[in-house]
Structures are given as structure tokens and as C-alpha cells.
Design a protein around this ligand. Structure first.
Ligand SMILES: Nc1ncnc2c1ncn2[C@@H]1O[C@H](COP(=O)(O)OP(=O)(O)O)[C@@H](O)[C@H]1O
Ligand SMILES: [Mg+2]
Length: 287
């Protein structure tokens, strides 16, 4: 972990670039998804998601933190990517590990899937340290990396969750020796094209971007990035470096994660959610 003095302390840590403005416009992203091209997943085959503390959007629908994820989803929905494109394919990244990329991507995916009739897929593009399998009762042996190498079919590794309805997962699969090459491959861009046709929103969870090129390699296929910045963890210079690397592809927003209680209040440019996923905060509010 970096020297604490060099980490992002709290509000106003970085220039968010084109921070999305508030407001809830109607959902536009779904316009291109066509029901006759819907890809079918494997419902229930691997058992339900075991959310533990990772999925307040499902386990704790009325908590403050769930509202933050819904707000984030709405802001992304009403924002634009580069060249004015709607944000339908988004990669979540951060400078270093442990900033909350996976949790944020998963909860935003769950919040988006709660829109009635919407199909949302979370693609685990962190092929280095797959984590989604830890949330599944019976994780599939194969996933994205195997798919990109032609060793399985999408229908075999796509997980159709029934809670919330409309949320699908594509786990990382076997850890490959060449993740950057796989993510930058023709097979990957073909897959994203296919997912665009079948899902309203495609969210990608990626490795940290300060030392790994994986997330940046996805630039050509995404509509924009979401940068997760965890206070007390994110190295200031590192965040700036990552911002510069991703800027050409667009950064739709910066999620300031794990701000200390009300410290983030009043900084409307930032998405923020609170320590312990709202659990402690909720208790505090009730007492
Ligand atoms: N705001 C937060 N408050 C408390 N714990 C958090 C918060 N954000 C993330 N965590 C925890 O930190 C750990 C790392 O989060 P994760 O989403 O896996 O990060 P990343 O994908 O960026 O490595 C997980 O155990 C997660 O539950
Ligand atoms: Mg992660």
C-alpha cells in the first residue's frame, strides 16, 4: 500500500473530467437491443449468487448505499461517452487493487437490471484475479478466457441469475497466461458486438490499471470508463496516470468510494458510497 500521505484523502481528490450531470432522463440505452437476438444463459445451473456483503442492491434494497448505486446508474444512463454515444458498454477500473471495482460494477449491474424488462450483463474482464466465482455457490469451470480461445460457447458459460431478473454474469474462467492479448483480440471485439445486440447494458469489471494494461486494452470496444477511487487507498499520482491513459476513450465518471461518513456530502460531482456498504451507517441513523 502506498504512503498514506500520497493517497486520495476524501472529497475533491481528482479532476473528474467529464463528470456526469444529475437528472434522470428516460432509459435510452436499450433502444438498440433487439429481443429476437436475445442470448439465452444457464438459469440456476450453478446455484444462486451468494451475495454476502457484496450486493446491498439485492440484499438491502432500501439502504442508503443502495440509493447511491441507483443514483450512479441513473447518472450513467443520462451521460454520454465519446462522440456523444450512449453509455451501453462500460468498463470499471481503478489505479490499484482493493478500491471497490468489482463491488461497484456488480451493484450498478444489479441496479440497472432492476429496471423492468432490462437485460444487463456483467463481464468479468479481470482475468488475473477472478472473484465472481467466490460469489457463486457452484461456480462454472470455464468462462470468458476459455470463450475467447474458442474452448467453449457463450451459452455454456453465461449465467442467468433470477435475482434480480435480467442480471447475467460472464465469469472470467481459467486464468490465462496472456490476459492483455485476449482482451484486445478480435474474438473479444466480436463478443462485445454480440452482447451489445442482446443486452441493454454491458458492464466490465477489470484489473487495476496503474500496472496492468488490461482495462486500457478494452478502450476500442467500450463506450466509456468508470474510474473507482477509494479514499486512503488510491495513490494520487497513480490516479492521474490512469486518467491520462484512459482519457482518449472517455471517463464517464469517477466513483469516490469509502469516504468517511458525511465527508463526501455537498460534492455533487462525485458518486460516493459509504463505509461498510451502508450497514453501519444505517444502524447509526436508526439510533
Ligand atoms: N466502501 C467500502 N466499504 C467497505 N468495504 C469495501 C468498500 N468498497 C469495497 N470494499 C471491500 O473491499 C474489498 C475490495 O473490494 P473489490 O470490489 O473486490 O475491489 P477491487 O475489485 O477494486 O479489487 C472487498 O472485500 C470489498 O467488500
Ligand atoms: Mg476486483
Amino acid at each position: 500500500m502506498p504512503d498514506r500521505d500520497d493517497t486520495i484523502p476524501g472529497p475533491r481528490p481528482v479532476d473528474p473530467g467529464r463528470a456526469p450531470q444529475g437528472g434522470s432522463e428516460p432509459w435510452r440505452a436499450g433502444a438498440e437491443a433487439s429481443p429476437d437476438q436475445v442470448i439465452k444463459g444457464q438459469p440456476g445451473r450453478w446455484g444462486p449468487l451468494t451475495p454476502a456483503d457484496h450486493l446491498p442492491t439485492i440484499t438491502d434494497p432500501f439502504s442508503l448505499v443502495t440509493e447511491e448505486f441507483r443514483l450512479l446508474r441513473v447518472k450513467l444512463d443520462s451521460s454520454e461517452g465519446r462522440d456523444g454515444r450512449a453509455l451501453r458498454v462500460l468498463a470499471f477500473t481503478s489505479a490499484v487493487p482493493g478500491e471497490g471495482k468489482t463491488c461497484t460494477a456488480l451493484n450498478v449491474a444489479a441496479a440497472a437490471a432492476q429496471e423492468v424488462g432490462h437485460r444487463v450483463i456483467l463481464v468479468e474482464c479481470d482475468l488475473r484475479r477472478p472473484r465472481l466465482k467466490l460469489l457463486l455457490q457452484k461456480p462454472p469451470a470455464k468462462g470468458l478466457s476459455d470463450l475467447l480461445q474458442g474452448k467453449t460457447r457463450l451459452e455454456e458459460v453465461l449465467l442467468d441469475l433470477d435475482r434480480p431478473e435480467g442480471l447475467f454474469l460472464l465469469p472470467a474462467g481459467t486464468v490465462p497466461p496472456n490476459p492483455v492479448e485476449l482482451l484486445g483480440s478480435r474474438a473479444m471485439s466480436d463478443l462485445v458486438k454480440r452482447l451489445r445486440r442482446s443486452f441493454h447494458m454491458v458492464l466490465m469489471d477489470t484489473p487495476p490499471s496503474l500496472h496492468f494494461a488490461d482495462a486500457a486494452r478494452l478502450g476500442p470496444v467500450v463506450d466509456s470508463y468508470v474510474l473507482v477511487v477509494r479514499s486512503g487507498v488510491a495513490p494520487r499520482e497513480g490516479v492521474a496516470t490512469v486518467q491520462r491513459a484512459l482519457a482518449p476513450f472517455g471517463i464517464a465518471g469517477v466513483v469516490l468510494n469509502d469516504t468517511a461518513g458525511s465527508a463526501g456530502k455537498g460534492y455533487g460531482d462525485y458518486y460516493r458510497y459509504y463505509a461498510a456498504y451502508g450497514r453501519e451507517l444505517d444502524k447509526g441513523n436508526r439510533s
